[in-house]
Design a protein around this ligand. Structure first.
Ligand code: ADP
Ligand code: ADP
Ligand code: ZN
Length: 214
């Protein structure tokens, strides 16, 4: 099962991808998380990527594609994966398609989590992320058991530096310009499925399960 999550920043791709990974026992591969772990480990890739991320821009395709292909070449990805935050450009989608075809395989589902821009800006101000394990919460909609502390690992929760309202607006602009065209791209391949991402997280997930099967 090879699944792609599409949707604006903050649409709930990560939240749903984690649930999919757990239910269908496939790895959750998030390019945002991979970049953030490179940043916390102070790697050259992390240093390069951070400048773009803080500016609300996409990291160049070349760096992103290399990192992603490296990850999905891992043994644990042999039976599939759920990609969260990749592809974000047509060029990335084309490379992925070619690489998967080399393995005589294909992407099975592109799930578009649809949320209007007005909701996104509100949501992002409430997003809190774990500095250690990458778990994501929302101060109102998905609160941790103890304020400011990760349920999974007990570490501190922070507002991501790129979740400031100005940067979110820039990221939404980038999304509409560079990522939204992927909806058409996967529509033409007949693997596009839409879900209403404004519903509560459990309802969104049950709609996704209807698409993927029990
Ligand atoms: P969100 O959860 O808001 O969708 P991510 O955690 O997926 O954000 O990504 C954070 C940032 O990392 C992006 O704004 C972008 O700078 C960079 N990034 C992540 N994935 C990609 C990608 N596929 N191509 C280019 N840049 C990416
Ligand atoms: P993405 O990976 O698309 O950027 P996230 O999964 O990180 O999105 O979700 C963005 C924010 O919205 C987080 O704070 C998350 O807890 C919250 N969230 C996710 N899904 C929902 C939902 N269905 N309703 C309300 N808030 C949600
Ligand atoms: Zn944690």
């Amino acid at each position: 099962m090879k699944i792609i999550m599409l949707g604006a920043p903050g649409a709930g791709k990560g939240t749903q991808a984690k649930k999919i990974a757990e239910k269908y026992k496939i790895p959750h591969v998030s390019t945002g998380d991979l970049f953030r772990s490179n940043i916390s480990n102070n790697t050259d890739l992390g240093k390069e990527a951070k400048q773009y991320m803080d500016a609300g821009k996409l990291v160049p395709d070349e760096l992103t594609v290399r990192m992603l292909l490296d990850r999905v070449a891992g043994d644990d990805c042999k039976n599939g994966y759920v990609l969260d935050g990749f592809p974000r450009t047509i060029a990335q989608a084309e490379v992925l398609e070619q690489e998967v075809a080399k393995l005589n395989d294909k992407i099975d589902y592109a799930i578009n989590v649809e949320v209007p821009d007005e909701n996104i800006v509100k949501r992002m101000g409430g997003r809190r992320a774990c500095t250690k394990c990458g778990a994501t919460y929302h101060i109102e909609h998905v609160p941790p058991k103890k304020e400011g502390i990760c349920d999974n690992c007990g570490s501190e929760l922070v507002l991501r530096s790129d979740d400031a309202p100005e940067t979110v607006n820039k990221r939404l602009g980038v999304y509409h310009e560079q990522t939204q065209p992927l909806i058409d791209f996967y529509g033409k391949r007949n693997i596009l499925f839409e879900v209403d991402g404004t519903q509560d997280t459990q309802k969104v997930f049950s709609d996704i399960v209807k698409i993927l099967g029990e």
